[in-house]
Design a protein around this ligand. Sequence first.
Ligand code: 5AD
Ligand code: SF4
Length: 435
Amino acid sequence: MNPKTFKIKSFGCQMNVYDGDRMAELLTARGMSAAADGEDAELVVLNTCHIREKAAEKAYSDVGRLRREDGSKPLIALAGCVAQAEGAEARRRSPMIDIVVGPQAYHRLPEMVAEAVRGARPVDTDMPAISKFDAFPDRRRANPSSFLTVQEGCDKFCTYCVVPYTRGAEISRPLSDIVAEAHALVDGGAREIVLLGQNVNAWTDGDRGLAHLIRALARIDGLERIRYTTSHPADMTDELIAAHGEVEKLMPYLHLPVQSGSNRILKAMNRSHTVETYLATLEKMRAARPDVALSGDFIVGFPGETDEDFQATLNIVDAVRYASAYSFKYSARPGTPAATMEDQIPREIMDDRLQRLQARIDEHQLAFNRSKTGIDTKVLIERKGRHEGQMIGRSPWLQSVHIDTDAEPGDMLEVTLIAAGDRSMAGAVRQKVAA
Ligand code: 5AD
Ligand code: SF4
């Protein structure tokens, strides 16, 4: 008998969140329903991430924990990037796993569930040319801020990164499919769309780039905000930068990972940009949109990183004055070129550098937030806050804003930002903006 209830646990990036939601819709369309909180699901999908740390080990121990006290277990599907990387090996390492499905094959999940119920142990890590996107049912309900995957995969081959192996080569969805999905999201209640891709600004329909797509989406009535993530510095075209100055719905925010402030390390990472070209791109961005909030990713402890290289990373943080940034300890990924490079950095040094980098980033984040106090702006309400009567929304600069209000998720409020914390802002309502 097919399972009646399911639970999907997504780890890692926003693209996994999007994929997890699509899997839920596929299963729902086949008559299954999401298990309530705390309820045992008959099918559990672990939608895994492989980017850092002992991802595979963590996935296997998560699988082990699904065994129930009476010795029984739900039907278990391993999905996402660990599934892609491990393939059939996953079943050998953990016989509890019934289904292995990679990120480009999960449109087959309902079928694979049926096969597993019949006693088969299906594995599908193909990366078919026909798109899984065509198999998705229509989306009826959408979050005020909804993700929309427009591009997948990566051809950049940074030497530390597994993505080109787990997500495959860069592919872009056709413009008409994206516009149709965006319309459906807006009809379902979305007021903001976040375009997703491992290399979102490499999106192309052959001869036009992401700026063209953004301009097409900006024409949709009822869609008020557009964002995109994550971008690569090499694909940050003048046209896309110009769009930030011209398309009102495109929010003043750019997540542009630099990874290191040392040209020597950038070269070893195969990043294809230098500190100078990166800073020049940001300068153009600030000329086009002076209030843009800048964000980035950093890796500390890449093989061979000296104190001097690390100091250069602190320097670039000061030079850019990031509004927010993510930083990670280098993690050797099996099969990537950096994993076998000489001069791997000891853990204690990485810990120390990460702490110092994060402290520096926090200072700039607080300074950015303080620079916005007293400003009147719009906040899109997304969810309830922790306190009674409090709601949380986002400013144009992607700050979380806490507001005492009886507004609902999806409302757009005119707000004065009244106080700055290092992770969020407090706001006071001026008025609700009509839809
Ligand atoms: N080790 C540490 N961080 C990594 N990232 C990607 N691969 C690794 C790795 N092997 C980080 C990069 C990237 C972000 C999504 O994760 O900073 O931008
Ligand atoms: Fe990984 Fe580099 Fe591609 Fe980003 S650009 S997904 S870090 S290989």
